[in-house]
Design a protein around this ligand. Structure first.
Ligand code: C2O
Ligand code: CU
Ligand code: CU
Length: 539
């Protein structure tokens, strides 16, 4: 674990103005060339948020000590914060596109932390970079305008080296963004709009959380949905919107209905899709969101349907600590059970977006076999980020996280579009491969077949342009067990890159200059340093 001293902190911020920050950091105060008062930012919504320790009843018997986010609306619409019952999960933030948000975050846990708004396009100082961590009793004020599309986002801690354990102890919550157009979609609302936050945990004999950090990432043996085990939902035989967040530290889910009925996907990380798409199963890696539209009338009242995570291979393991769990990454298990009752007496309006699921569904559109096939008319540069193990650590291009460092090839220009390629191999083509003579920690990862890396970029939503399948036969076979569940349509902020795979995404840098992060969202990989800064500079 890496701690940052007060002095280092001031150094990282590099701003004398922030010396007074033991109480507050305010974005407009830093604007140049014009005398600005903090009062120039007039929030539409003002929220007080804390991180604190509490205990929650999760398993029968003793309650579990957890860390939770709590929030209240200080001014603005009351439903900007919706608390959830019986869970360690933070309240759902319900914000509108265009709203000006001020959040006063107070740290009441006994280590440094900071909050990050995952998926939101916000100014540098509102992004929750680890250099902005605050200690117990300190406050950080976020001010930003919501610029994102209607959809499902989330918030979680981001201190360097401690994101995994803090999120694991319970610090995470959903953000629902809405806009003027969303009501026109005819989507189910109210109790027909259900969140499903997927997490795995491990408990000791006293019902307390157990956390370990093997190279493969943390894997628990108890699946929780919205913070509770054995999830079961009583639903009516009508249409629902299900919003999934993979809030697990390193587990990947391969979601499917137990009877094989195709899934109708209406949204991904960056919000609702223009056109729904169908999948036989959906692959969702840590940090990713996916929204489904499901008509439980398909099965009918009195029936029960299970949502499962199907088996897959290539999830890692084999000497990387994967054997420590009774539920490896890629094991099959039930995620939730839905008990269907009669439809509501007054029929809910039938949502308009209904995908055509009569035709066979399979993932096809974005896969290419050529390394040069990805082109974007607008892209000014292509950068490749190799994801591989070096000297016993997961790296990006052989580098690990440094708090404020930015390499020359990590500087981008505001207003430009680029192709970023995440290549889950070493530059020599060996990493993540079968390894051979490398030995543990060698370039090949020592005879292991590599690890999946869900790659996340802060501050923007990107578009998946293409994927190049693994060339190694075993890796290719593993990839085949998850690839039909990729949902690359729409906008994304996190994309799964399987061992041996290369994924090309189109990124555009807009509105804000400054220091942002990109990293693996396997939280143990992130904490071990599989994270880097990129800097957006004015042209
Ligand atoms: Cu949810 Cu830096 O990430
Ligand atoms: Cu993020
Ligand atoms: Cu990783």
């Amino acid at each position: 674990m890496q701690r940052i001293s007060r002095r280092q902190f001031l150094k990282y911020t590099g701003l004398g103005a922030l010396a007074a920050l033991s109480t507050q950091v305010s974005v407009p105060a830093l604007a140049l060339g014009k005398r600005l008062r903090n009062s120039e930012f007039v929030p539409d919504v003002e929220i007080a948020l804390t991180a604190e320790e509490t205990s929650v009843s999760i398993l029968p018997g003793a309650p579990t000590t957890t860390w939770v986010y709590r929030a209240e609306v200080l001014s603005g619409p009351n439903d900007a914060v919706v608390p959830l019952q019986d869970t360690y999960l933070g309240p759902i933030m319900r914000w509108r596109n265009g709203q000006r948000i001020r959040v006063r975050f107070e740290n009441k846990i006994f280590e440094e932390t900071i909050v990050h708004w995952h998926g939101l396009h916000v100014p540098e100082l509102a992004d929750g970079h680890p250099r902005f961590v605050i200690g117990n009793g300190e406050t950080y004020t976020y001010e930003f305008q919501v610029k994102d599309r209607a959809g499902t986002y989330w918030y979680h801690p981001h201190p360097h080296g401690r994101t995994g354990p803090q999120a694991y102890r319970g610090l995470a919550g959903l953000i629902y963004i809405t806009d003027d157009d969303e009501p026109n979609r005819g989507l189910p609302t109210g109790k027909y709009d259900i969140p499903l936050v997927l997490q795995d945990r491990k408990f000791d004999a006293n019902n307390q959380l157990v956390y370990t950090t093997p190279m493969i990432g943390f894997l628990g043996d108890t699946i929780l949905v919205n913070g509770q085990p054995n999830a079961s939902f009583d639903v009516e035989a009508t249409t629902y919107r299900l919003r999934f967040l993979n809030g697990s530290n390193s587990r990947i889910y391969k979601l499917a209905w137990s009877d094989g009925t195709p899934l109708s996907v209406i949204g991904t990380d960056g919000g609702l899709l223009d056109i729904p798409v169908a999948r036989n199963y959906v692959t969702i890696s840590p940090g990713e969101r996916v929204e489904l539209l499901v008509d439980f009338g398909t099965w009918g009242a009195g029936k029960q349907i299970r949502l499962e995570s199907l088996a897959f291979s290539g999830g890692g393991g084999m000497g990387m600590g994967g054997g420590n769990t009774t539920l490896p990454n890629g094991a099959r298990f039930t995620v939730a059970t839905f008990n269907i009752s009669a439809p509501p007496p007054t029929a809910t309006p039938t949502p308009t977006p209904t995908p055509d699921v009569s035709t066979p569904v399979a993932y096809v559109p974005f896969v290419t076999n050529s390394q040069t096939a990805s082109t974007s008319a607008r892209a000014t540069a292509t950068r490749t980020f190799y994801l591989y193990m070096m000297a016993g650590r997961w790296t990006i291009n052989g580098r690990i996280f440094e708090m404020t460092a930015v390499a020359p090839d990590e500087v981008v220009q505001l207003g430009t579009t680029e192709i970023w390629e995440f290549a889950n191999t070493s530059p020599s083509g060996m990493g993540g491969g079968p390894g051979g003579p490398g030995g543990p920690g060698g370039p090949g990862g020592g005879g292991m077949m590599g690890m999946p890396h869900p790659m996340h970029i802060h501050g923007l939503q990107f578009r998946v342009v293409s994927r190049i399948p693994p060339t190694n036969a075993t890796q290719r076979a593993n990839w085949e067990t998850v690839k039909d569940g990729y949902v690359d349509e729409g906008r994304k902020d996190t994309v799964l890159v399987m061992p041996g795979e290369r994924v090309q995404v189109e990124v555009r840098f807009e509105d804000y200059t400054g220091l942002y992060l990109y990293h693996c969202h396997n939280l143990e990989h992130e904490d071990m340093g599989m994270m880097r800064n990129y800097r957006v500079v004015a042209p």
